[in-house]
Write a protein that binds this ligand. Structure first.
Ligand code: THU
Length: 150
C-alpha cells in the first residue's frame, strides 16, 4: 500500500517533535544528540532519542528508540520518520542520516517506501525513501523465500 503523502505542515510538525525528543538524548560519551519522530500509518507519532552507555555497545540510536517504542505497543506500519542530530549545545548545521543498523531495523517494518526526513531545521531538510538509503535491502520477504528482487 502506498504511504500517505504528508503536507509541508505535517512534515514540519514531525521535525519539531524530533527536535523536542532530542532534548532527552543521554550522551555523556559522544555528546552527539539525536532526536527522531516516527509516524505510524494511523497518524500516531512515536519519538525517540539516543541513549548511550558506559559499556558503549548497549547504546541505542534515536531512530531505534522510536521504532521499538512503537513496536512494543503493537504498531508495525509507518509512513515517515524525521531525524535531527547535532553536537550538544550546537545549533543544527548538518544533516543526520540514519546509521546502517537503523536502516535495517526500519526496513523490517517501514519497508522500502518509508519516507526518511533528514532535517537541519523545520525549513531546511532533505527526504529520501528507505529504498534509496538501503538498496537491495534484506527483509521479511527474503526469509519467506519470495524476495522482491527476484
Ligand atoms: N546516533 C543516532 O542516534 N542515530 C544515528 O542515525 C546516528 C548515530 C547516535 C548514536 C550515538 O549515541 C551518537 O549518535 C554518536 O554516534
Amino acid at each position: 500500500m502506498m504511504s500517505t503523502k504528508l503536507t509541508l505542515e505535517e512534515k514540519k510538525d514531525l521535525i519539531r517533535m524530533a527536535f523536542a525528543a532530542r532534548k532527552f538524548a543521554y550522551t555523556p560519551y559522544s555528546h552527539f544528540q539525536v532526536g527522531a519522530a516516527l509516524r505510524a500509518k494511523d497518524g500516531t507519532i512515536f519519538t525517540g532519542c539516543n541513549i548511550e552507555n558506559a559499556s558503549f555497545t548497549p547504546t541505542i540510536c534515536a531512530e531505534r528508540t522510536a521504532l521499538f517504542k512503537a513496536v512494543s505497543q503493537g504498531v508495525h506500519e509507518f509512513t515517515d520518520i524525521a531525524i535531527v542530530g547535532s553536537k550538544e549545545g550546537e545549533v543544527n548545521e548538518q544533516i543526520t542520516s540514519p546509521c546502517g543498523v537503523c536502516r535495517q531495523a526500519l526496513f523490517e517494518f517501514g519497508g522500502k517506501d518509508l519516507n526518511v526526513i533528514m532535517a537541519k531545521s523545520e525549513d531546511d531538510f532533505i527526504e529520501e525513501d528507505l529504498n534509496t538509503l538501503l538498496p537491495y535491502g534484506f527483509g521479511p520477504s527474503n526469509v519467506e523465500g519470495n524476495s522482491a528482487l527476484d
